[in-house]
Design a protein around this ligand. Structure first.
Ligand code: FES
Length: 149
């Protein structure tokens, strides 16, 4: 039941957001959402938490780590997340996703050479030496010594 203040109980937030109560508590321990206690010592949430949870869920489904989500949300004022703020957040996260997708495509392409190979060679396998990092040391026997470091 909604209190006259408009504050929501944890059960109401769970129902309206589609997120389990345990997840809400987890978000709270991570500082992603906040609540207060009423006179009966029951947890209460402001309605603005619903938009915040929606943003958290979307970001999580996109693979954005919770600490990154938190650092982005921490830059916002303590008001309901506006359409403009969501546009900015989603734009930033879109760019992060694009970067990760491109890195995964590069990794996938490099892995093609490993299929059916099995050498795991520091010199020949692009996944063991992705940027040819040993080349900067010049030619010579530094392969063995670098593996022992
Ligand atoms: S395992 Fe041989 S190229 Fe990667």
């Amino acid at each position: 039941m909604v209190e006259s203040t408009g504050a929501l109980s944890v059960g109401e937030v769970a129902k309206r957001s589609g997120v389990a109560v345990s997840t809400l508590h987890f978000y709270e321990t991570k500082g992603l959402i906040s609540s207060w206690r009423n006179q009966g010592n029951q947890r209460r949430y402001d309605r603005k938490v619903l938009r915040r949870i929606a943003v958290i869920r979307i970001a999580q489904s996109a693979g954005i780590p919770l600490n990154e989500i938190k650092s982005h949300l921490d830059t916002l004022p303590n008001t309901p997340i506006s359409v403009k703020e969501w546009r900015e957040l989603s734009s930033e996260w879109h760019a992060i996703l694009t970067e990760r997708i491109e890195a995964l495509i590069t990794l996938r392409d490099r892995m093609e050479g490993c299929i059916g190979c099995g050498c795991l060679s520091l010199t020949d396998c692009p996944l063991r030496n992705p940027d040819d990092v040993l080349a900067k040391d010049g030619a010579g026997p530094h392969l063995l010594s670098s593996e022992q470091k």
